[in-house]
Design a protein around this ligand. Structure first.
Ligand SMILES: O=C(O)CCC(=O)C(=O)O
Ligand SMILES: [Fe+2]
Length: 429
């Protein structure tokens, strides 16, 4: 007997290539999330506040005044926006082109070839080729496929799971990761000085050369027949210390700045850098981790290459550094390991209590009350932890994978996938 059930392609690329004119309902975001989502090419041209561009040419200048000016600009952007375009970052255009060609060539392979690298989220392994699976919290999906793997340090990356085609993928991506790692050290030094700390302090606080883990996520956003209804990556903050992003010059990144979605322009030869939650916590909120999302379009495939620089999951307790705390500015964040922080982000997402959603919204929009917010979070967290554990036991495989991922540093993007559908919903209320 022929089954009447047509299997839904699990890859967004296959769905996009099937010629559908309307996207399946799982990809249609709730109305509240769709505010400010006009045509991304039009949005990119708009005036108004712009993501700052920081020129790093003088980051190491021997001239104190010139060096200082560069450091001040970086610090200001980290405090006001928490995201910036870095230019003259010291990584050659040739190497960046190789990374983009390698990732692009891999994604040009037929889906069946890429499936050989498919991850197994049901067993908690998110490394490899994947797409978001429906989760019990919302059943909502994202209009993207991705490739996710650890790229640094070398003793923690598993070359066996990296794409073998094209042959330049491994050399180009490894070399780029090494250079990003060195750039991270320089940036962390400037941000340390910006807080009045010794220049090596933040580097040490996030794990140093041995323990800071760099994970690459190549986001592949196929053309979408109804881009005004979908999101490539839903609204989230990065949990990392720093994130570095390349893209193929197709607009799509939006930042939630001063209550409005701002579209990042495509700046040639730049690397986008985000301050993540880890540095926001260590600096007691002085450096910002900005809410952002990925928007899709009808005309062009978009690809971005994000490298998340993450502290080790259990070794370090993240909390505001004593030097960033005063009587007038007490700790805004309770002590948590990185794994606990990721789990906490996850429950904020999973919690259907309307009052808690308001608290979440306040986290991002009202720094004056942030302190109270976290106090309340802490009082509630014991109860919530139970709720989440239970959720994970009886819900879809993906959520189980996420639970397991709390023990697995590869989890970061799972948190993205789960944590923020509700923030965007909240902010538009
Ligand atoms: O595609 C982008 O520009 C952003 C993707 C992103 O935010 C992420 O992967 O965390
Ligand atoms: Fe992100």
């Amino acid at each position: 007997m022929v089954s009447a059930v047509v299997p839904t392609p699990s890859r967004v690329e296959s769905l996009a290539k099937s010629g559908i004119q309307a996207i399946p309902k799982e990809y249609v975001r709730p109305q509240e999330e769709l505010n400010g989502m006009g045509n991304i090419f039009e949005e990119e041209k708009k005036g108004g506040p712009q993501v700052p561009t920081i020129d790093l040419k003088q980051i190491d200048s021997e001239d104190n005044e010139i060096r200082e000016r560069c450091h001040q600009e970086l610090k200001k952007a980290a405090m006001e926006w928490g995201v910036m375009h870095l230019v003259n970052h010291g990584i050659s255009d040739e190497l960046i082109d190789r990374v983009k060609v390698a990732g692009g060539t891999f994604f040009d392979l037929p889906v069946e070839e890429k499936e050989k690298y498919a991850n197994d989220q049901t067993s908690g392994n998110v490394q490899g080729y994947g797409s978001k699976l429906a989760n019990s919290a919302s059943g909502q999906l994202e209009w993207e496929d991705y490739f996710f793997h650890c790229v640094f340090p070398e003793d923690k990356h598993d070359l066996a799971i990296w794409p073998k085609t094209p042959t330049d993928y491994i050399p180009a991506t490894s070399e780029y990761a090494k250079q990003i790692r060195n750039l991270a050290t320089k940036i962390l030094a400037v941000l340390s000085i910006g807080l009045g700390l010794e220049e090596g302090r933040l580097e040490k606080e996030v794990g140093g050369m041995e323990d800071l883990l760099l994970q690459m996520k190549i986001n592949y956003y196929p053309k979408c027949p109804q881009p005004e209804l979908a999101l490539g990556v839903e609204a989230h903050t990065d949990v990392s210390a720093l994130t570095f992003i390349l893209h193929n010059m197709v607009p799509g990144l939006q930042l939630f700045y001063e209550g409005k979605w701002v579209t990042a322009k495509c700046v040639p030869n730049s690397i986008i850098m985000h301050i993540g939650d880890t540095l926001e916590i260590l600096s007691n909120g002085k450096y910002k981790s900005i809410l952002h999302r990925g928007v899709v379009n009808k005309e062009k495939v978009r690809i971005s290459w994000a490298i998340f620089c993450e502290p080790p999951k259990d070794k370090i307790i993240l909390k505001p550094l004593p030097e960033t705390v005063t009587d007038a500015d007490p700790p805004r964040f309770p002590p948590r390991t990185f794994a606990q922080h990721m789990a906490h982000e996850l429950f904020k997402k999973d919690d259907h209590d309307a009052a808690d959603h308001k608290v979440y919204k306040k986290d991002y929009q009202d720094s004056a009350t942030e302190q109270k917010v976290f106090k309340k979070d802490d009082q509630d967290s014991a109860g919530k932890q139970k709720a989440v554990n239970k959720d994970n036991q009886d819900s879809a495989p993906e959520q189980k994978a996420v639970k397991k991922d709390e023990q697995d540093a590869a989890a970061e993007h799972k948190v993205f996938e789960n944590d923020n559908q509700d923030i965007a919903a909240e902010e538009s209320k």
